[in-house]
Design a binder for this molecule. Structure first.
Ligand code: TRP
Length: 480
């Protein structure tokens, strides 16, 4: 095979790839979503289901996606075109690339709005806005914090301002290119993220409820996971918690839309994909767990509940920080953390589109970033309005799977529960059932007779596609 190289440049080292990919993986999913779905699904047993999902389904799928990228060396669309030719497969597989670009567009349009919320909360905390709640009775304090959040999301102009800022931050990095943009930014931001996270865990340790947080995260109560709505009268089994864990594992590793594919395309040859993907998955899980260890003790030590859903970070936490010593500082730091995580992820949502536009030769990197960024920014208005002027617009309510979902809920649901698993499914199937196994073996750089290869092949060929299919079937209401 002729040696292909990426026209966008390559990571300067393996670390460049590992850090950038970890930056993509570690995002709002880890720090905003993971703690609240853990809270809703009973804690420890859910954490275990999530770790197993990463290990058995998501990490093998990650390897498959990176392999395709490293072989094709271009944006997902052109990578798939190259591979389809090389492997003499149907051109329909190129659909993986097209859908990837579309999903990246859609996800970034709302991801940026939520990233904007995190930005908006930094000044709110730092200015000590919430420190007044300490002197209020509990109900009033709760109302005040909730009111602050409602006030933000009900104001389209304010949301637009923060969304614009977040998009500009994302575009600035992507416009600078692979080495000077993506690699440099993540190399600086990711260590910072880890430091901030550790400081916050340290802060949580200083509360007297730290052990309760640890217990909540690690005490595996399977009853809570499998029988979520138990009353003394009836107990019904449900696999939903496991499917949520599975879906989340998949989302948190940034799979299914070609983000990891394009990061793989910038990878120099010859270094262990297994080691790299292992490190990325491990770092991703660790951040999620540390985020839980930072959040739950703070929640418990203020007598609050961990099962508050999406508002956990924006409603429950500010209340807790408001009552704690140095809460403004550490609370501000928490939202800095959230912004860092979201920022290094959002660039990976934009990069596949920009890479593709540059490859068509009609754009420079800067103009591609400007155009793509502009349209994503504009489409972000849909999300912004679904919290206020369009909050009653629920277009697909006639289908039970979509009942009561606003436009934002629909965007989130359709992209992360339907399109990503579908894309991910096609990616593993193409890699493991359509490509010559000799080529996969060459990419994995493992001896064919080794046990490691056999296990990996089993996971990639059977377990991963099955797991991903389950997420999809659950989302469209076929199972569970
Ligand atoms: N993994 C990120 C998170 O946990 C989100 C993300 C970034 C993503 N790029 C992606 C999700 C690509 C799916 C596909 O928040």
């Amino acid at each position: 095979m002729a040696k292909r190289i990426s026209i966008h440049g390559e990571w300067t080292s393996h670390w460049g790839f590992i850090v950038a990919a970890t930056g993509s993986a570690v995002g709002l999913g880890n720090i905003w979503k993971f703690p609240y779905i853990t809270g809703q699904n009973g804690g420890g047993a859910f954490v275990l289901a999530y770790i197993l999902s990463v290990l058995l389904v998501a990490a093998p799928a990650l390897i498959a996606e990176v392999i395709l990228g490293r072989r094709g060396k271009q944006s997902p669309i052109h990578t798939m075109q190259t591979l389809v030719r090389e492997q003499q497969q149907s051109r329909l597989w190129v659909g993986i690339g097209w859908m990837g670009i579309l999903v990246g567009f859609l996800i970034l349009s709302y991801y940026s709005v939520i990233g904007g919320w995190a930005l908006a909360y930094i000044p709110r905390l730092v200015s000590g806005l919430f420190s007044t709640v300490g002197s209020l009775p509990k109900e009033q304090a709760t109302l005040f914090v909730q009111g602050t959040f409602t006030h933000l999301i009900e104001d389209p102009e304010r949301l637009l301002l923060w969304h614009t800022l977040f998009m500009l931050m994302t575009m600035t990095v992507v416009a600078r290119g692979v080495q000077a943009g993506l690699e440099q930014a993540t190399r600086f931001l990711m260590p910072l993220l880890f430091v901030v996270l550790l400081v916050l865990v340290g802060y949580a340790m200083s509360t007297d409820k730290f052990m309760q947080g640890v217990h909540f995260m690690f005490n595996a109560d399977f009853h809570k996971l499998f029988y979520p709505n138990c009353t003394p009268a009836s107990c019904e089994f449900s696999g939903r918690g496991v499917l949520i864990a599975l879906g989340h594992a998949f989302f948190t590793l940034s799979l299914g839309m070609g983000a990891m594919m394009v990061y793989g395309a910038y990878l120099p040859k010859h270094f262990s994909l297994l080691k790299a993907t292992g490190m990325i998955a491990l770092a991703d899980v660790m951040v999620a767990i540390l985020a839980g260890l930072a959040i739950f003790p703070i929640v418990f030590s203020n007598g609050l509940e961990p099962n508050q859903g999406p508002g956990l970070v924006f409603n429950t936490l500010p209340l807790a920080f408001g009552k704690m010593p140095f809460g403004s500082f550490f609370g501000g730091l928490f939202f800095v953390l959230l912004v860092l995580a979201a920022w290094t992820s959002s660039i990976s949502l934009l990069e596949p589109t920009v890479a593709w536009m540059v490859e068509t030769k009609k754009f420079t990197r800067v103009s591609a970033t400007a155009w793509a960024g502009f349209f994503i920014w504009l489409f972000g208005l849909v999300t912004i309005f679904s919290f206020n002027i369009w909050s009653e617009v629920k277009p697909l309510s006639m289908f039970s799977s979509f009942a009561n979902k606003t436009l934002f809920d629909l965007l989130d649901f359709i992209t992360s529960n339907i399109m990503l698993p579908l894309g991910g499914f096609c990616i593993v199937i193409f890699a493991m059932w359509r490509m010559r196994s000799a080529d996969i073996l060459e990419e994995l750089e493992l001896p064919e007779a080794s046990t490691r290869y056999k296990i990996l092949r089993f996971l990639m060929r059977y377990v991963a596609p099955f797991g991903v299919l389950m997420i999809f079937l659950n989302a469209i209401g076929v199972i569970a």
